[in-house]
Design a protein around this ligand. Sequence first.
Ligand SMILES: [Zn+2]
Ligand SMILES: [Zn+2]
Length: 256
Amino acid sequence: MSRLLRILFLTLLLTFTACSKDDDSEDGGTPIAGNRLSTGDSARDFLSDENFDELVIEVVYVEGYRPTDAALNNLVQFIEERCHKSAGVELNVRSFPSPNIAEFNIQQVDSIEKVMRSQYNLGDKMALYVSFLDGKFEDDSDDSVVLGAAYRNTSFVIFEETLHRFSDGINEPDRFLLESTVFRHEFAHLLGLVNLGTEMQTDHLDTENGSHCNVESCLMNYRVESGINIPGMTSEENIPELDSQCLADLRANGGK
Ligand SMILES: [Zn+2]
Ligand SMILES: [Zn+2]
């Protein structure tokens, strides 16, 4: 049995609007404007230790949709492999009640962030925010779904209910593997891939599916087909890797 459904990895760009004072500048004395920029704007800050040598990952999930610890640890491992954060990468995980939204648009995802997020860049410590929601993306159709989206410079969202629907069933990939693949893919957009704040060293942009890599087997391919459409996939070796061109881009922008 082969799955015809296309699982897409979208990059949704929110336009940063400057200087909305009560909105983005201060929150209880904490400056938050640095975490309200566009996808890719903080690529070098993630990759290098010029401004931050420490990272906190704030994970908030709707009750019942906690991601697997193994996949979260796999994301930490990926970050440590690519980013200079010698003072450490820390996970901060908590749940919240369902917002009771069946289909999310990206503005709603961003509104939830404004309420739920508590960690912002501070001193030498950079903050990443990841939310896990109990609904689907509004543009999902019968033949394509969105599992995650990188929508700001230090934020991405996972549609965890959709991810549950397409993992751990007969002829479906293991949940840990699907989660790990999606987490790595979305985070790599925040690292500026492809041509999204991290300059390309060679031309490997998939122009039809913007901000993705044209190498089919690469983690940053827009479908990551080789990784997630293999029935019964259970080995960690099945997580797609960044190809040599994506890796060269990250290294040229301060990464490992
Ligand atoms: Zn993508
Ligand atoms: Zn690539």
